[in-house]
Design a binder for this molecule. Structure first.
Ligand code: HEC
Ligand code: HEC
Length: 370
């Protein structure tokens, strides 16, 4: 990745703690001071070596973030001007979508469920099968995927150059040379995504505020560790750090039934190594309460059912109803706050880049495809 020298000076600091001070969240006044002060008669807090860790501070370039944000919400990146990134990755749906598998340009139904873009910068690779190395590498994919946005950069670049707002911004953010390039477009989008960090009650708990989780959520976290979930869903993204077989101890695909698809092969599609058959990148569990349906095939609508299946096929365990409820309560505490800049300001809402069908109404909140 290349960072133009001039823009490096404008750095935005997104701190897990600072973000919770946003006016939108008056109920969570977590400040560095409160995390440093032990609560009197504190419930049991985190130990010294937890398998999951609090979100770190991420530095992003705000000018690039704002440019990437507009691109993210803009159907200008699709062949017929009807689909934007936010069509399939809605900020109002945990950064994912409310469908089993995606619907792209022309109503094309895709083969696989859309994962969340929130905190995606912490994943070790991108996509269920890890075929993209990082967010910038990933961002080029959907634009040119015929079933997703169905465009080419050759088509998109002149459109962006012809737009006054974009032309001015690109020249400012990427001075010198050719401002509007695939490299710069994907870089700006990736920078916006890297800024989508969502601190949650679990982060405050890990930071030392034991009261950030209620009793049930703490029981759920204890189970998450003792049952073995944290063996795979670990680290800063509570997942996102390894490939694991779906159905480690019991055949998930037999349990699910139905035809197996190419998408079910997972990492095998990339390596053609038998050992990688049915292996997937372990998904992050941050914001998982909002990002259903679940699994790469979107087969489970309810989080409780996904949890039950996980315990069974990955760990060979049958959970009681209470255990499932406690685990779900813990997972709910991984729902975080979006940073204040995440949403597109209303005055930047893309104009209806209408096609003859007029299907390009794209609201500022990006919920059009729901
Ligand atoms: C038509 C729906 C659709 C559109 C439009 C779309 N995506 Fe996706 N996105 C998906 C699906 C489906 C996947 C999973 C594909 C796979 O893993 O094979 C995905 C995966 C991702 C991932 C990987 C996340 C992870 O955990 O692996 C990121 C990041 C992402 N998309 C960002 C974007 C961006 C940025 C755009 C716009 C340039 C975009 N998407 C447009 C459906 C879509
Ligand atoms: C052996 C590794 C492993 C273990 C142990 C494990 N998981 Fe998973 N988990 C995965 C993988 C891989 C996926 C993705 C599978 C797929 O989509 O086909 C996943 C998916 C999930 C999902 C769906 C997330 C989404 O966005 O679709 C949830 C929820 C989940 N796991 C919770 C749990 C819980 C709770 C436990 C403990 C009871 C657990 N997992 C144990 C590897 C594991």
């Amino acid at each position: 990745m290349t960072f133009p020298r001039a823009s490096l000076s404008i750095l935005l600091c997104i701190s897990a703690l600072a973000c919770t001070d946003a006016p939108a969240t008056p109920a969570t006044p977590a400040t560095p001071e409160t995390t440093a002060t032990p609560t009197p008669a504190a419930p049991e807090g985190p130990g010294d070596s937890e398998p999951i860790s609090a979100l770190p501070t991420v530095q992003t370039n705000m000018a690039e973030v704002e440019l990437g944000r507009r691109l993210y919400f803009d159907p200008i990146l699709s062949g017929d001007g009807t689909v934007s990134c936010s069509s399939c990755h809605s900020l109002d749906h945990g950064g994912a979508e409310d469908r089993r598998t995606s619907t792209g340009i022309g109503g094309h139904i895709g083969p696989i469920n859309a994962p969340s873009v929130l905190n995606a910068g912490f994943n070790f690779r991108q996509f269920w099968d890890g075929r993209a190395e990082d967010l910038q590498d990933q961002a080029g994919g959907p634009v040119e995927n015929p079933g997703e946005m169905g465009a080419t950069f050759g088509q998109v670049i002149p459109r962006i150059q012809a737009d006054e707002w974009y032309a001015a911004r690109f020249a400012q953010v990427f001075p010198g040379g050719d401002p509007v390039t695939k490299e710069h477009i994907t870089h700006a989008i990736a920078e916006y995504e890297r800024s989508l960090v969502t601190p949650s009650p679990v982060d405050r708990y890990l930071g030392g505020d034991a009261s950030a989780l209620n009793e049930q959520q703490r029981r759920g976290y204890a189970l998450f560790k003792s049952t073995g979930c944290a063996g795979c869903h670990s680290g800063v993204n509570v997942g996102g750090g390894s490939y694991q077989k779906m159905g480690l101890v019991e055949d998930y695909f037999a349990l699910r039934g139905g035809e197996q698809t190419d998408a079910d092969l997972g990492r095998f599609n990339v390596t053609h190594d038998e050992a990688d058959r049915h292996k997937f990148k372990v998904p992050t569990l941050r914001n998982v309460a909002e990002s259903g349906p679940y699994f790469h095939d979107g087969s489970q609508a309810q989080l409780a059912d996904a949890v039950r299946i996980m315990a069974r096929v990955q760990l060979g365990k049958t959970l009681s109803d209470t255990e499932v409820t406690d685990l779900v309560a813990f997972l709910g505490a991984l729902t975080g706050e979006l940073p204040a800049h995440a949403r597109l300001p209303a005055d930047q809402a893309p104009p209806s880049r209408a096609t003859p069908s007029g299907a390009a109404e794209q609201g500022a909140t990006g919920t059009t495809a729901e």
